[in-house]
Design a binder for this molecule. Sequence first.
Ligand code: FAD
Ligand code: NAD
Length: 476
Amino acid sequence: MPNTLFDVLVIGGGPGGYVAAIRAAQLGLKTACCESNPYADPKGEPRLGGTCLNVGCIPSKALLHTSHLFEEATHSFAAQGIGVGKPKIDASKMIARKDAIVNQLTTGIKGLFKKNKVTFLAGHGSFVGQDGQGNWQMQVGDKQYIARHVILATGSSPRHLPGIPVDNELICDNVGALRISSVPKKLAIIGAGVIGLEMGSVWRRLGAEVTILEALPDFLAAADQDIAKEARKLFTRQGLTIHTGCKVDAVKTSKKGVAIAWTNKDGKAATLEADRLIVSVGRQPNTAGLNADEVRLATNERGQIEVNEYCQTNLPNVWAIGDVVRGPMLAHKASEEGVMVAERIAGQAGHCNLALIPSVVYTSPEIAWVGQTEQALKAAGVAIKVGKIPYLANGRALGMDARDGFVKTIACAQTDRILGVHIIGANASELIAEAVVAMEFGASSEDIARICHAHPTLSEVLHESALACDGRALHF
Ligand code: FAD
Ligand code: NAD
C-alpha cells in the first residue's frame, strides 16, 4: 500500500508545531503533526503542547499564581483589614492543580486537531529522503509518510552543566523544578535568567531560603539596565539572595542534599548547602535524531537549524520554527512563526516581525518589554528621549497595593517614533500589549499621549510615560 501523502507534515507538537498544523489545515492543506514526548495522556499517547504546556510556560505560571496568593495572604492581607490567620501551603495540592491545568490544555489541543482535521501521529519523526517528485519521505515511529512540505518544530531541551548530573529529584532542570511537592528549606539555583527568577520566586514565597548563582557580572543582561537594577533591588528586598559574576566549581550530593563549591565575583571561594538545586542556564535546540546530516540540513555553530526570515531552511520545502531556530526562545514567537510558515506554504504573505516580540518575566512585580533597550540605542549612537513614570504616581496602583515599579518609554529624539517600552510593575505582562500594537503601527510617543486611557487603570502609567517623553507628564 502506498504511503499516505500529506501537503504538510509538522515534526513536533509544541506551540510552534501545533499552531502551524492548525493554521495549515484551516487553509485547506492536508496536514499531520507528530509528537514523541514522554508525557503520556490518559490514552497513553504523547501529549501535545510541547515544553510550553507540559513543562514550561503554563505549569510555571500556575505555580506562580498559587505562590503569589500565598504571599499576599501572608504579607498583604492584614494591612487591608483582612484577617485569615497564618496561611499554610499544601504543596502537593498546588502541584495537583497545576497538573490538572496541564491536562485540560494538552487534551484540548487534541480536540482542536480533530476540529480542524489535523492528523495526529504519535511517534518520533525523521527524514528518510526525497522521492522522484521532490516530496519528502518521512519516518514517524514505525511508519513512513510522504510530505510535500515539512515543518521542523522540534523545540529545545534544558542545557545541563558538566559534573552536575540532573536527576530531577535533588538536582532539577525545569522538568523536576515544576514537580517539587514539598517546600525545600534551602533552595539553590544556578542561573539568574527567566526560569531561575520565576522558580526562585515560587519557592521563596512559599518559605524557602533561595540563593541564585549567576555567571554574568550583570543581572538580567538582556533587559534595559534601569529595569534590571530596579528588579534586583526589589527581589533582594523580597528575600532572594542573588550573586552575580560567580563561577560554580563543584557540586556534591549526599543524603542531606547538595553542597556547591563556588567562587564569588572577587575570586573568593565559597560554599552553599541546599536541600535541592535547580539548574537553569539556558536551553539547546533539539536536532538529534532527525537524520539531518543524511539529508544535509544546515545548522549553525549554536546547533540551531539555519533559516531565512521566512523560516525556510536550505532544503526545498523544509521549514523550521520556534526554539530550534534563531531568535528568542518564546512560545508566542514560535506560534507566530508557525502561522507565517503555514500561510506561506498556502501561497499567502505571512510574516513575523522578530524586532517586536515582547518579553515577559512573571515575577512580582512582573517585567515586560518590547523593542530596544536604552543601552543598545546609546551604543548604536541613536539620539533618544525617555519618559519614565513610577507606579506610585498612579491611583489604581495604590489601590491595588502595587506601588513598586515604573514604565519607561523610549522614543527617537528626531522623529518621536517609539523605539522601546520597558515595564517593571503589576500587570506588566498585559500592559505591554498596548506598546506592541503601537510599535507595530509605527506610533510616536505623541500618538500614545493623545489616546484616551481609562481611569483609574495601570495603563495610565504607560500613557503618562509617553507624555513624559515630551516633558509634559500630568501626574508626576
Ligand atoms: P517545544 O515547546 O519545545 O515543542 C517541541 C516539541 O517537539 C516537543 O514536544 C518535543 O517532544 C517534540 N519533538 C522534538 N523532536 C521531535 C521529533 N523528532 N519527532 C516528534 N516530536 C519531536 N515562553 C513564553 O513565551 N512564556 C513563558 O512564560 C515561558 N515560560 C517558560 C517556562 C519554562 C520553565 C520553560 C522551560 C520554558 C518557558 N517558555 C516560555 C519557553 C517556551 O516553552 C518555548 O519557547 C516554547 O515551548 C517553544 O515552542 P516550540 O514549539 O518551538 O518547542
Ligand atoms: P536564560 O537564558 O533566561 O537564563 C540563563 C542564565 O544562566 C543566564 O543569566 C546565564 O548567564 C546564566 N548562566 C549560564 N551558564 C551559567 C553557569 N555555568 N553558571 C551560572 N549561571 C550561568 O535561560 P533559562 O532561565 O534556563 O530559560 C530558558 C529559556 O526559556 C529562555 O530562553 C527563556 O526565553 C525561556 N523562558 C521564558 C520564560 C518567560 O517568557 N517568562 C520563562 C522561563 C523560560
